[in-house]
Design a protein around this ligand. Structure first.
Ligand code: UP5
Ligand code: MG
Length: 195
């Protein structure tokens, strides 16, 4: 992260909405650095042979939310270790506590450009994750975990999106369309984005 205030876009949406898929394309097209909070947590848990690693894995399997101090530190480290200034933060903040923890650590230090909200029907989300689960090796791509992930999304993450809507930061995208069509809508957002 350089000395100028970096730009941050939060990327939210249900499990399997296509956040990661679209972030990869945004990173290729617009040069943003893609930081998936879920990927950072999975990598951290795999590295740690400790209770903390187990705690992270338990949260992921249960679709519950890892304490914000852990996630925020991983995101902050990743930003600091990057020489870039434009970041996509995928899958965070997931609840009010995440919002508050982020503000405590980084308020005033970054410019939140917008919140990309990939809006996708629950059944479509579940079907995508179950299909991916045939090969992903993810411990949460199964019916049991998905039920819990959906509850967490509805109860904790949707209110965060509503919170950012009040600040006029949310760019809603219909994520149930095919990947290329969704990306067309994403491009529309980026082409009209103020820095
Ligand atoms: N696919 C994608 N787009 C498609 C399209 N338009 N049409 C058809 N298929 C499409 O896509 C999912 C699958 O769908 C893929 O197979 C893809 O090819 C296909 P993907 O792009 O991976 O969707 P994404 O929204 O990224 O789904 P993901 O499962 O990663 O979302 P989650 O939000 O559930 O998972 P995440 O990794 O962010 O978090 C996992 C867990 O980590 C959380 O449940 C939580 O326990 C923990 N966590 C925290 O505690 N705190 C955090 O801040 C972040 C995570
Ligand atoms: Mg993802």
């Amino acid at each position: 992260m350089s000395s100028t205030k970096p730009n941050v876009i939060f990327v939210l949406g249900g499990p399997g909405a296509g956040k990661g898929t679209q972030c990869t394309r945004i990173a290729e097209t617009y040069g943003y650095v893609h930081l998936s909070a879920g990927d950072l947590l999975r990598e951290e848990a795999a590295k740690l042979d400790s209770n903390l690693g187990k705690e992270i894995n338990e949260h992921i399997k249960n679709g519950s939310i890892v304490p914000v101090a852990i996630t925020c530190q991983l995101l902050e480290n990743a930003m600091n270790n990057s020489a870039k200034d434009n970041f996509l933060i995928d899958g965070f903040p997931r609840n009010k506590d995440n919002v508050d923890g982020w503000k405590k650590a980084l308020d005033g230090k970054v410019n939140i450009q917008c919140v990309l909200f990939f809006d996708c029907d629950e059944q479509v989300c579940v079907a995508r994750c179950l299909e991916r689960g045939k090969a992903s090796g993810r411990t949460d791509d199964n019916e049991d975990s998905l039920k819990k992930r959906i509850v967490t999304y509805n109860e904790s993450t949707k209110p965060v999106i509503q919170l950012y809507e009040k600040d006029n930061l949310v760019k809603r995208i219909d994520a149930s369309k095919d990947v290329n069509k969704v990306f067309e809508d994403v491009r529309n957002v980026f082409n009209n984005l103020k820095s």
